[in-house]
Design a protein around this ligand. Structure first.
Ligand code: DOR
Ligand code: ZN
Length: 426
């Protein structure tokens, strides 16, 4: 079975071409090509399948919020062909057994590749290093390690982890949050937290850990990735660390590119997230940092939560927002429509670079004959209104409900097989 994608623009550039996907690879690129199945895609942009470095799939343990099946379906609808599944499950993904289980569930679901992230410390407790080498050697071939949801706050442990993963070219993805500076924190510390009477989460709590970890990465020559950068000061620090030549990369989420802490005035816990929504000044710095490459990539931090964990008062609600199905559209709105990124650069920031950071083979590859047919067809002119009830995710906590967003995923292909078509599971 083959597909022909008619009249697509490769990376949004040049003249329209036909692309044939056959036997799992891009078989032909040209004009007047034929295939068993035809996707008429005039005006659409063809990109390499998106890669997410930061997805919470909740399985095992919180299958009421998400499963590998539902989360990867949402991923396919959002244009992703690979997602990294965060380790804060129950049990925690801190052994070869658990990461292999998650990896296998991903293979069985078949909607996109699931790449497990291994915990840095046993049980995410921040005390004892997990068996990173065993997870790296497992069938899941883990290369990204993170205690995400929690910060590896012990400097000595962080140093040893950065050193240890060098042996297998791994990376430590840090959730930068100094715990003593964020005790009981509920939202960004600033004017709004004072007005609302909610405990503040100061920018310095993120920046202090980023500064420390960049120094540690430089010191041991290890590979550091900073999760969900949210402040202008963090962007400056990462720019400084890169200037030193240290192996530091960073991601920003779509929600931190668009929403400010003004959203908290609703007291709607949909807008509670960790790190919190910040200010317009931070948004401007994050967008500039993503545009100039200081921030390497976009990652969703898709964090589904069951209704009872969100439909409660702000202080008791779990932090997190869903994001897989809206990520590309929010990037189109905040970065492409504003002139910050071209579609060619979106391919870099949402596919090529995250694949490289995660050391994934077969993803983030060039759109060229002979390459794996992991691709996404995007209609840049389409607009759509986000309806949480339509989501493939098991959870409904999108902060973009009712937003009128540009760009729609027309189809996603994993090794030449359609995993979503025109907004529906294929
Ligand atoms: O908002 C968040 N939700 N931030 C995190 O770091 C963890 C995540 C989750 O697991 O819900
Ligand atoms: Zn996190």
């Amino acid at each position: 079975m083959s597909w022909v994608l008619k009249n697509v623009l490769l990376y949004g550039d040049g003249d329209p071409v036909d692309v044939v996907l056959k036997d799992g690879i891009i078989a032909q690129i040209g004009t007047d090509l034929a295939g068993d199945e035809v996707l008429e895609a005039a005006g659409c942009v063809l990109l390499p399948g998106l890669v997410d470095l930061h997805t919470h799939l909740r399985e095992p343990g919180r299958e009421d919020a998400e499963t590998v099946e539902t989360g990867t379906l949402a991923a396919a609808l959002g244009g992703f062909t690979a997602v990294h599944a965060m380790a804060n499950t129950d049990p925690v993904a801190d052994t070869a057994g658990v990461v292999e289980q998650v990896w296998r569930l991903g293979q069985e679901a078949g909607h996109c590749d699931v790449v497990p992230v291994g915990a840095v410390t046993v049980g995410l407790l921040g005390e004892q290093m997990a068996e990173l080498g065993t997870m790296a050697d497992s069938a899941a071939r883990v290369r990204v390690f993170s205690d995400d949801g929690k910060c590896v706050s012990d400097a000595s442990l962080m140093r040893r982890a950065l050193e240890y993963v060098k042996a297998f070219d791994g990376v430590i993805a840090q959730h930068a949050q100094e715990p003593r500076l964020t005790d009981g924190a509920q939202m960004n510390e600033g004017v709004n937290s004072s007005l609302l009477g909610l405990t503040g989460w100061p920018a310095v709590a993120e920046e202090a850990i980023i500064a420390r970890d960049c120094l540690l990465a430089g010191h041991v020559g290890g590979r550091l990735h900073i999760c969900h950068v949210s402040t202008s000061g963090s962007v400056e620090l990462i720019r400084w660390a890169k200037g030193k030549g240290w192996d530091v990369t960073a991601e920003v989420t779509p929600h931190h590119l668009l929403l400010t802490d003004d959203c908290a005035h609703s007291y709607d816990p949909t807008f509670k997230v960790n790190p919190p929504l910040r200010t317009q000044h931070d948004i401007d710095a994050l967008r500039a940092g993503l545009a100039d490459g200081t921030i390497d990539c976009v990652a969703t931090d898709h964090a589904p939560h069951a209704l009872e964990d969100k439909e409660t008062e702000w202080g008791a609600a779990s932090p997190g927002m869903t994001g897989l199905e809206t990520a590309l559209s929010v990037v189109a709105l905040t970065m492409v429509e504003t002139g910050g990124l071209t579609w060619r650069q979106v391919a870099e920031r949402m596919s090529e670079t995250p694949a490289r950071i995660g050391r994934l083979e077969g993803h983030g590859r060039p759109l060229a004959v002979g390459e794996p047919a992991n691709v996404v067809v995007v209609d840049p002119a389409a607009r759509w209104i986000v309806d949480p009830a339509q989501s493939a995710s098991r959870s409904r906590n999108t902060p973009f409900a009712g937003h009128d967003l540009p760009a729609r995923v027309r189809a996603t292909f994993l090794r030449g097989v359609a995993t979503s078509l025109s907004g529906k599971p294929a």
